[in-house]
Design a protein around this ligand. Sequence first.
Ligand SMILES: NC(=O)c1ccc[n+]([C@@H]2O[C@H](COP(=O)([O-])OP(=O)(O)OC[C@H]3O[C@@H](n4cnc5c(N)ncnc54)[C@H](OP(=O)(O)O)[C@@H]3O)[C@@H](O)[C@H]2O)c1
Length: 250
Amino acid sequence: MVLNGKVALIAGGVKNLGAESARELAEAGADLALHYNSASSKSNAAELETQLKQKYPNLKVAFYQGDLTTAGAVEKLFQSVLKDFGKIDIVINTVGKVLKKPITEISEEEYDSMFAINSKAAFFILKSAAAHIADDGKIISIVTALLGAFTGFYTSYAGSKAPVEHFTRGVCKELQARRVSVNNVAPGPMDTPFFYPQESPEAVEFHKSNGMGNRLTMVQDIAPLIRFLCTDGKWITGQTIFANGGYTTR
Ligand SMILES: NC(=O)c1ccc[n+]([C@@H]2O[C@H](COP(=O)([O-])OP(=O)(O)OC[C@H]3O[C@@H](n4cnc5c(N)ncnc54)[C@H](OP(=O)(O)O)[C@@H]3O)[C@@H](O)[C@H]2O)c1
């Protein structure tokens, strides 16, 4: 229970990678402030709450709803968590949106939405985290293996995740004196409902064939890495950790 007494805020924390990260951090003893965006995610929140309460009855868990594409909404989330928990030790940002299309078919609205969710929300989550996180804190943003690949059709996805690497490097230097580590984790194509809608069956097989053991990345491959960065891996900062079974060389 190395995270006993620590408070973790997970943006996008009730399903898929966010929920698995919540379970990992709960197992290590952290109290959890879990955010979701869509009304449809409310049932995921309820299901996760039941699971966590059953397994860890002494843990404090609270849920927050919000579209995090404005600085005001992000800061409101942080203020609500501070009010409820008194402090924030760990911030994980899993917020993301994918689009697979040739650039010639991407509209201005689609571009704006991709950058609002993948870049702007990530930037303002880092800003509020930098302002409010406790000394010795941990900040982790989820990016993508595609930052280490040359590939078409994901231009707006990889392109809108790419700035997060630079935001992270800058914030890492700004928070060094307070011993706050700031990192990115870059999963390979991951077996969640986020991945499938834009992929043909042939593309799924291609993605699998590029991973160790001919499979996709699982959330269970990534959440322990997040836990490690929050515990024994505290000396790692300013980095992007690629975890994709050899899908990319970076
Ligand atoms: N699955 C993959 O193949 C893969 C591979 C590499 C990296 N990633 C990255 O891993 C992260 C988690 O993905 P996942 O596979 O676990 O799928 P996911 O659960 O769908 O994660 C995306 C999260 O972003 C949230 N979100 C979307 N729009 C938002 C907004 N406007 N404001 C606030 N939150 C918003 C979603 O919340 P709601 O659902 O409540 O709207 C959801 O929790 C994402 O950042 C993704 O880019 C995924």
